[in-house]
Ligand binder design. Structure first.
Ligand code: DGJ
Length: 778
């Protein structure tokens, strides 16, 4: 609900209130953002001012009590005494930079409008409402339009801003963020998510009592260095208790968030496009649209904040055919054979995969030009490598389809190798600076998507590929960070527009293809999670979360994503061991347990796999299909995150829960484990049970001799033969309990093995052991 009267603005969602007002001097003062309040007299929220302290700059002689440096503001610029992070910065035609935005008008729109040129949230049911407040710069007449859209059901407000050059002269924007939000206290905890290739989404907390903390990316993408999502909370907020505000940005380029504590203990958050190496010239009448920021508040800790974000992303960001459609279980050829394949070897892999229950076969990199390594051929999408694929894409697609599998393909449309036919024809289409040495990244360069001709060409080239008969899936990769920022298409004075123009070009390319091929399932990828953001998720319903498929690493990575993104958006594969990124060996059941808490796939050479592993894969897929809807679209709960990691997913009707428990490292003597549950219906009864498995006898080493009638040499022939026929039974967990018992007490599990015997009441739980449990409403 939006209450607006041109003086006070109150935005209520189901459980939250956001309020601001117009000050006497015209600026917008932020009043409150938190738990829902029903205030008829909003002036009680106003801050009281009788004097401006010390050497502050006072706004004007009529208002000696007012210094903008100590007001919580809805927007801010430089030059009028607010020394904190601004939202907007300009260089005017006369060289000055001072702006003074004051209230002009407002309108309430009964929908969620699209943003010009940028992806944004949407509301199919038209329940969302939008408040647009227009501010006018007192001196030049520029307009700043602040938009607030409310999504009541998921307690989300989105904000964006448009700068309109309504003056007679040109102006250069040097910073145009999407929002600022001011809190009335210091000591807030800022939580952000950092990493690098194969190490995405590591959570980092900083309690900010003074100074400034910046989380930003400058890779040209939203980046694996620092995801755009972050949280602000009280220092003692927990998973289930306390205030937390979550922030995300619908943008795939360089982002920026700065949190700053003012000298009077107010914390400002400024958020949007990274102003580093950014400027944008607006001629008279032109405007600039900043991307949409998404914010949610929860008074009940991180869990509820995540549930709000998940609902919002599922319902108002992802879209199209695959929005709520169960995602197919795929096998990807990359870690199975890298560049070294033929159509015969692929079909052989596809056959075994089909037998295990896989539904989609994906041919990854290496199918075009002379692409036998990562040094050449990017750009040559029209030249299928006939040595590898004599029947072309269509021929292979048919063979795969004939096996009863969907067919999918890898592409990297935004890139070009110098050693490619495309580069030889169009060297000017690559991003590099003429006459200067160029830095390299995976031997490839970015295509200049600032140039509309390049985007048009790529739409055409990709349309040909996407139109391959029998193609159902595309993996859209992007493996290059920006360097040597320069577009030969743009004049010298517009070179600081390159990174944003590139992103706009990328969106046009992606949007056109998504609209042309609505049934193709597109999966995003950027060396794994180098472009995992809400902008990309407007077009790809799922993204390859990390090139790291190691189950233990994935605990951290997927746990990190879970704060902001629902599990239907991040894909996870069971791969070979030793793992190709870490060389760690983990049980195949643990790899499955972790991968099934993202969108499950497989990425290993099943032709070389042991019969025992093939049997495991078959059983895993059968189980996953049974619980797929819950696993992909249910509510995700983080229940433990230490040496033991526990996640649970509960379907929206609270009928079924699937819970995963994994141990990083065995702690001798710590045999008691409790599994926690959450989100079940308190008033219902549930059948709770664990997945019953059998274990390889060899996991017990020479302890076999404590029960064997004859001596068995560890790893000897006899040991190997016996291990083939004798399996160790896993423990059983099976009983009925009420939802409130499970939610509040949890379940005490069978003891773990600690060296004093083993039977069906004991859990075999070595390093990297994992379990799956189920609760089904009776
Ligand atoms: C990087 C991706 O993240 C991998 O999964 C794989 O597709 C390679 N690129 C192929 O070059």
């Amino acid at each position: 609900m939006i209450k607006a009267d041109g003086k006070v603005f109150i935005l209520n969602t189901k459980n939250t209130t956001y309020a601001f007002r117009v000050m006497e001097t015209g600026q917008l003062e932020h009043l409150y953002y938190g738990r829902l309040i029903h205030e008829d007299e909003p002036s009680v929220l106003n801050e009281k001012r009788a004097f401006a302290p010390g050497n502050t700059v006072t706004y004007n002689p009529e208002h000696p009590e007012l210094t903008l440096e100590d007001v919580r503001l809805e927007t801010s610029a430089i030059g009028k005494g607010d020394f904190r992070e601004p939202m907007v910065e300009v260089i005017c035609a006369d060289g000055s930079s001072t702006l003074d935005f004051v209230y002009d008008s407002y309108q309430v729109i009964n929908c969620k409008p699209e943003l010009q040129g940028l992806p944004s949230s949407y509301d199919e049911d038209d329940n969302a409402k939008t408040l647009e407040v227009t501010l006018k710069d007192k001196n030049h007449g520029f307009k700043l339009i602040l938009s607030y859209s409310i999504f009541e059901e998921c307690d989300v407000i989105t904000r964006s801003a448009r700068f309109v050059n309504s003056s007679e002269e040109s102006v250069k924007l040097t910073r145009m963020l999407s929002m600022v939000l001011d809190y009335d206290k210091p000591g807030m905890k800022i939580t952000s998510f950092h990493g690098s290739w194969t190490r995405e989404m590591n959570k980092a907390d900083v309690v900010l009592t003074a100074g400034k903390l910046v989380n930003s990316s400058f890779t040209g993408t939203s980046s694996n260095r620092c995801n755009p999502f972050f949280m602000v909370s009280e220092a003692d907020t927990t998973e289930t208790d306390g205030d937390v505000w979550g922030f995300n940005l619908v943008y795939s380029g360089n982002h920026y968030s700065a949190s700053e504590v003012s000298p009077w203990g107010k914390t400002r958050v400024a958020y949007g496009i990274n102003p580093q190496n950014f400027s944008w010239t607006l001629e008279a009448g032109e405007e600039f649209q900043a991307p949409e920021a998404v914010i949610t508040y929860s008074g009940d800790g991180y869990r509820q904040m995540s549930l709000n974000m998940h609902d919002f992303v599922r319902e108002h960001i992802t879209r199209g055919t695959w929005k709520y459609k169960e995602r197919p279980i795929l096998i990807n050829s990359w870690e199975a054979s890298y560049f070294d394949f033929t159509d015969k070897s692929l079909v052989k892999l596809a056959k075994v995969a089909k037998d295990t229950g896989v539904e989609l076969f994906v041919m990854d990199d290496g199918w075009f030009g002379e692409r036998n390594d990562d040094k050449r051929a990017l750009g040559d999408w029209d030249i299928v490598n006939k040595k590898k694929l004599p029947g072309g894409l269509e021929g292979l697609a048919k063979k795969i389809n004939d096996l009863g599998l969907m067919f999918g393909l890898w592409v990297e449309p935004e890139m070009i190798n110098v050693d490619s036919e495309l580069y030889r024809k169009h060297p000017d289409w690559a991003i590099d600076i003429p006459g200067m040495d160029h830095a390299e990244g995976r031997n490839q360069r970015l295509l200049d998507l600032c140039n509309p001709e390049v985007v048009d060409y790529m739409i055409e080239a990709m349309s040909e590929v996407f139109a391959t008969p029998g193609l159902s899936y595309i993996k859209w990769d992007m493996n290059r960070n920006f360097s040597d920022y320069y577009s030969k298409y743009l004049p010298a004075e517009k070179q600081q527009e390159v990174s944003h123009r590139y992103v706009l070009g990328f969106y046009r390319l992606l949007r056109t293809l998504a609209e042309k091929f609505p049934d193709i399932l597109m999966e995003g990828c950027a060396s794994g999670g180098n472009r995992f953001d809400l902008g990309a998720l407007c077009y790809y319903p799922q993204i390859w979360a990390s090139d790291n498929t190691d189950a233990v690493s994935r605990l951290t990575i997927q746990n990190g994503y879970s704060y902001a993104y629902p599990q239907s958006t991040y894909t996870a594969h069971v791969s070979a061991c030793p793992n190709h990124q870490t060389l760690r060996v983990t049980p195949i059941e643990s790899r499955f347990a972790v991968a099934s808490f993202g969108v499950l796939g497989y990425e290993l050479n099943l032709n070389d796999a042991k019969a025992e592993d093939i049997a495991s894969v078959k059983a895993q897929i059968e189980l996953y299909k049974k619980y797929r809807k819950t696993l992909q679209f249910g509510d995700f709960y983080r229940l433990k995150n230490g040496n033991i990691v526990e996640w649970s997913i509960v379907d929206k009707n609270k009928n079924t829960a699937v819970t995963m428990l994994m141990q990083r490292e065995i702690m001798a003597g710590e045999q008691y484990l409790r599994i926690d549950q959450a989100g079940l219906d308190n008033d219902s009864k549930y059948h709770f049970f664990g997945r019953k498995l059998e274990y390889n006898l060899k996991g017990f080493g020479d302890l076999v001799n404590t029960v064997a009638p004859v001596h068995i040499k560890q790893d000897g022939v006899l040991h190997n033969v016996i291990a083939k026929f004798v399996k160790m039974p896993g423990e059983s967990e099976d009983f009925v309990a009420s939802g409130d018992t499970l939610n509040n007490v949890g379940v005490k599990l069978a003891q773990s093995f600690v060296g004093t015997g083993y039977n069906e009441q004991v859990r075999y739980f070595p390093d990297f052991g994992a379990r799956l449990y189920f609760a089904e409403k009776i």
